[in-house]
Design a protein around this ligand. Structure first.
Ligand code: ZN
Length: 512
């Protein structure tokens, strides 16, 4: 190579090389950081990263600072979920020294019990196993926890040492107080997707697995019998609408005999996704993201299809012989009721909830007395499943405005972004489970409930609206708006103009 630049030229080239090297170094650092970040995420998703112990110890936190803030450094790859159950010193409140953030299919030691949703044979269907207790964690075939929304109280009880994690329920004498099914619907994976059709029998059907393999298996349905007393029913006896028969309506004070079924939600995710016409992956991702990342296994355990969501369940109130619910030869009167605590329990007059509930009970009792069956199903979906805080914000916006029926739905939509989050698509599962194949008298005006039931292949023969005399004055805003929006009525459907003249009570009369 010809020397043309001399010494000064060499220095310039050297300078240039050094500059290039520096750039490469910087880029390398950025690249390494990017790879580290990706590794950290992958490790978290795959459950490789384990948090040592969450009991707060400032000295340990200081020592572990690098580890805590840098998810790149995997501590140790779990060879078995046993790592999750190493006993630790008594000083700490947690029962494990290491926490597995998630698991993944094929991980050593992961051996889920069979779960073939919809299989007619209970032993092939398999029990729902969700416990993370040492003896059961390997056998889990469901994500989430028992108890619906009460799972959090269970966690609090353990954290505060009020509940030993080793506690196992004693199921002596807890068997269902009434027989139900089995019905062909129980073995149809498309008809029941939001509850476990074997939930009331789990501890007895799977006794062997509990005893021999020490797996923690719990019921998600319980069936009991009770008497109930409501002032409205007492009044209807007094007025002669309801006549005591000594069996269903027991006496002059309107005491009722009832069989009650409490059901906790158990979701078969592919079935739930199909009901909503969405992809299972989209459902899983949304459930993961919008519960604050609470259930990583929704993402990492595609092999687990069952999820016990942290939401409220439902209660069936059956009047008369429970066997008649599924008898196609007798009439069935049914009310599907979504929780409205303010009205149902505390008698608020802003809506028609309690009047419709007690009317539903009265009609159910009458149907049972006539040799048919009467059923009221109560869903824990407070305030259209938006909750009471949203509901009260809506009340305020209504009462501080003109509270016109024409504005009724807009108020909710402005605050919640939707009119309603009850999504009735999953509601008919309970009807399939009860063996109901048709509804003679539907004690509901809701078009959403009606459509969801009919879409599930259960015909509704007659729809019974709430009698006018039972509608509180202040709740006309709600009922007229709902009728305008498509709720069933034999009466008049108002125009938008007429709706703007339906106005609720202002706050002033409460304040004075
Ligand atoms: Zn209400």
């Amino acid at each position: 190579m010809e020397k043309t630049n001399g010494v000064g030229g060499d220095a310039a080239i050297l300078q240039e090389i050094l500059a290039s090297l520096k750039t490469i170094q910087q880029e390398n650092t950025h690249l390494a950081a990017a790879v580290d970040a990706i590794n950290g995420r992958v490790n978290i998703l795959a459950g490789v990263k384990q948090v040592k112990d969450l009991t707060f110890d400032p000295a340990a936190a200081e020592r572990n600072k690098v580890h805590q803030t840098n998810p790149v450094v995997p501590e140790d790859v779990p060879s078995s979920p046993d790592l999750a159950v190493v006993q630790e010193s008594g000083r700490r409140s947690s029962t494990t020294s290491k926490i597995i953030l998630t698991s993944y299919p094929g991980q050593a030691g992961v051996d889920p019990l069979p779960m073939d949703w919809g299989n007619k044979d209970p032993s092939l269907r398999g029990p729902v196993v969700v416990s993370r207790n040492p003896s059961s964690i390997r056998r889990r075939n469901a994500i989430g926890a028992h108890g619906g929304s009460y799972a959090i109280y269970n966690a609090l009880a353990v954290a505060s040492k009020n509940l030993n994690t080793d506690h196992r329920p004693d199921f002596t004498n807890t068997e269902p107080a009434a027989n139900i099914g089995p019905f062909p619907q129980w073995a149809d994976p498309k008809k029941i997707v939001a509850m476990d059709p074997l939930g009331h029998l789990a501890p007895w059907l799977f006794k062997d697995i509990i005893q021999k393999e020490d797996v923690d298996i719990r019921p998600t349905i319980a069936i009991t019998k009770a008497h109930m007393k409501l002032p409205e029913i007492e009044e209807s006896v007094r007025k002669g609408r309801l006549v005591p028969d000594g069996k269903i309506c027991i006496n002059e004070s309107g005491e009722l005999a009832v069989t009650k079924f409490a059901v906790e939600p158990v979701w078969y995710l592919p079935g739930v996704a199909e009901r909503f016409g969405i992809d299972e992956g989209v459902l899983r991702r949304s459930l993961f993201e919008h519960t604050g990342g609470s259930y990583p296994e929704l993402i990492t355990r595609g092999d687990i299809k069952t999820f016990l969501p942290p939401i409220g369940g439902l209660t069936v109130y059956c009047f008369g012989d429970p066997a008649k619910m599924s008898d196609p030869n007798v009439k069935l009167a049914l009310r599907i009721h979504d929780e409205c605590n303010g009205s149902d329990v505390f008698g608020s007059d802003i809506c028609t909830c309690r009047p419709y509930l007690t009317f539903g009970i009265e009609e159910a009792v009458k149907e049972a007395q006539n040799g048919g069956s009467g059923v009221v199903i109560y869903f824990r979906k407070e305030g259209r499943a938006l909750g009471e805080v949203t509901k009260y914000l809506v009340y305020n916006a209504r009462k501080r405005g003109a509270d016109r029926a024409s504005e009724y739905f807009k108020r909710t939509e402005n605050i919640a972004g939707v009119k309603d989050m009850r999504f009735q698509a999953l509601m008919p599962d309970i009807l399939h489970w009860l063996g109901i194949s048709k509804i003679d008298r539907m004690l509901s005006m809701s078009n959403m409930k009606h459509d969801a039931i009919v879409e599930q292949g259960i015909p509704i023969i007659e729809r019974i609206e709430l009698p006018d005399e039972l509608i509180p004055a202040d709740s006309r805003v709600e009922i007229d708006a709902k009728v305008h929006a498509g709720y069933f009525t034999n009466g008049k459907i108002m125009t938008m103009d007429e709706l703007s003249n339906v106005q609720g009570r202002a706050w002033e009369d409460v304040d004075h």
